[in-house]
Design a protein around this ligand. Structure first.
Ligand SMILES: Nc1nc2c(ncn2[C@@H]2O[C@H](COP(=O)(O)OP(=O)(O)OP(=O)(O)O)[C@@H](O)[C@H]2O)c(=O)[nH]1
Ligand SMILES: [Mg+2]
Length: 406
């Protein structure tokens, strides 16, 4: 892993040993992993990233397995990440997932990996994001992220993936009532799995009824009935995922046409000028546009900590300013709900540092950003990842509205 460009070449060439090592480096948040992820960025963007969430035992892993099989018949290469968002709570539920995926062990077009939480939710989001970048760069056409629905985690996952599938099953006690309104909000596709069991039709009807109560949006989530065990309905699910992928690809272009870049920049200048805290730290806007922003700061005495290097809080503020401006460049109101930073190198007095925020993923309600903080010599001194939630529909100029995820 010392030679980043050789690693990039091997990984982009599809070498699975390199991919596995890189995933371990990302999972353990090793400093060189961030450099590798940054170097891989130009090789990403082709994969459709699908999150599958839902209560424990609804059949997510069985369904993912069947979906992988369906995608393989369509000629897609598939990467699977099984996320354990809260090992202390679930007792490591993903171990079973690995076993269920053995069917694809001999298939060169499938790569399966479990990610365990080593720290807080932010850290897990960061490692999941990193894993997605690696699988995307390694040439996977589809990346499937399975996570157990535990409240906060599925909201975080929805911010990372392109398409969120919420799985439920009939006969789970409160069945549909178990799906809280907030989870319905993040769903792009709803699945009633275990369609072979009694009451599956009724569960699907209830879900359609609940969806009917939501305000109408461009994309109306379909409710699909599947049987993970037999694979029934899974082709319909794959079709729905493809439709969502196509709809999503068309949407940003519409928005890009809505506002010329020059106007977006002046809008950002106004926002930056209103940020008194950033002004106090000497942070200035360099450039910005739709979903991106760059800011700069020269390290002065007031930024130095007791070790004689730049205070981590000052670096965080610089990255956070770029994150805030990039996420609000869309014109709606974007509120940060999660952020995570790594500091691979120290920064010293007199250094000029730049933070560049770029939007990585975007759904109706959430977007995720990656911010690279670099020194004048180009060295990465911090990497920041963050998620925002949008008021309104995340489009330009909506009326701010209060939202609850419960
Ligand atoms: N009848 C029926 N059972 C199913 C179906 N799909 C999965 N199951 C069963 O449901 C149980 C749970 O399946 P999993 O795929 O492990 O569910 P999961 O949602 O991944 O579970 P966790 O990862 O622990 O949250 C297993 O015993 C499966 O065999 C289905 O379509 N019909
Ligand atoms: Mg599972």
């Amino acid at each position: 892993m010392n030679d980043i460009s050789a690693t990039v070449d091997r990984l982009v060439g599809g070498d699975k040993t390199t991919l596995a090592r890189a995933l371990t480096a990302v999972e353990n948040a090793r400093p060189h992993a961030e450099d590798l992820l940054a170097a891989l960025q130009p090789h990403t963007g082709a994969a459709q990233v699908v999150g599958v969430t839902g209560a424990p035992g609804v059949g997510k892993s069985t369904l993912c397995n069947a979906l992988v099989r369906e995608w393989r018949t369509r000629g897609h290469r598939v990467g699977v990440i099984a996320v354990d968002p809260s090992s202390p709570l679930t007792g490591g539920a993903v171990l079973g997932d690995r076993v269920r995926m053995h069917e694809h062990d001999q298939d060169d077009g499938v790569f399966v990996r479990s990610l365990a939480a080593r720290c807080n939710g932010g850290g897990l989001s960061a490692s999941t994001r990193g894993a997605i970048v690696l699988l995307d760069a390694a040439g996977m056409h589809r990346v499937l992220v399975e996570t157990v629905g535990t409240g906060q985690s599925e909201v975080a996952i929805a911010g990372i993936v392109h398409t969120t599938v919420v799985v439920s099953a009939p006969g789970l006690g409160d069945d549909v009532q178990a799906i809280k309104a907030g989870i319905l909000e993040i769903a792009d596709v709803l699945v009633v799995n275990k369609a072979d069991l009694p009451d599956a039709e009724q569960t699907a009807r209830q879900l359609r009824g609940m969806l009917g109560l939501r305000e109408r949006r461009e994309w109306q989530p379909p409710v699909i009935m599947t049987c993970g065990q037999t694979g029934e309905g899974v082709d319909e699910l794959a079709d729905a995922l493809q439709r969502h992928c196509d709809a999503r690809a068309a949407a940003p272009r519409e928005r890009d046409r809505a506002e010329p870049p020059g106007e977006r920049r002046s809008g950002l200048q106004r926002l930056a000028a209103r940020d008194r805290f950033a002004g106090h730290l000497g942070i200035e806007l360099l450039e910005g546009g739709y979903g991106q922003a760059s800011v700069r700061m020269r390290v002065q005495e007031c930024h130095i900590n007791f070790n004689g290097t730049c205070h981590g809080g000052a670096l965080f503020s610089l990255a956070d300013t770029a994150f805030g401006l990039a996420s609000n460049a869309h014109g709606g109101i974007a509120a940060g709900i999660d952020a995570h930073i790594t500091y691979p190198r120290a920064v010293r007095l007199g250094d000029t540092i730049t933070a560049r925020a770029v939007e990585e993923t975007r759904s109706r309600r959430f977007a995720t950003y990656r911010v690279m903080v670099t020194r004048g010599d180009g060295a990465t001194v911090a990497t920041f990842t963050g998620t925002v939630a949008f008021s309104g529909d995340g489009q330009t100029g909506p009326a701010p509205k209060k939202e609850s995820t419960e």
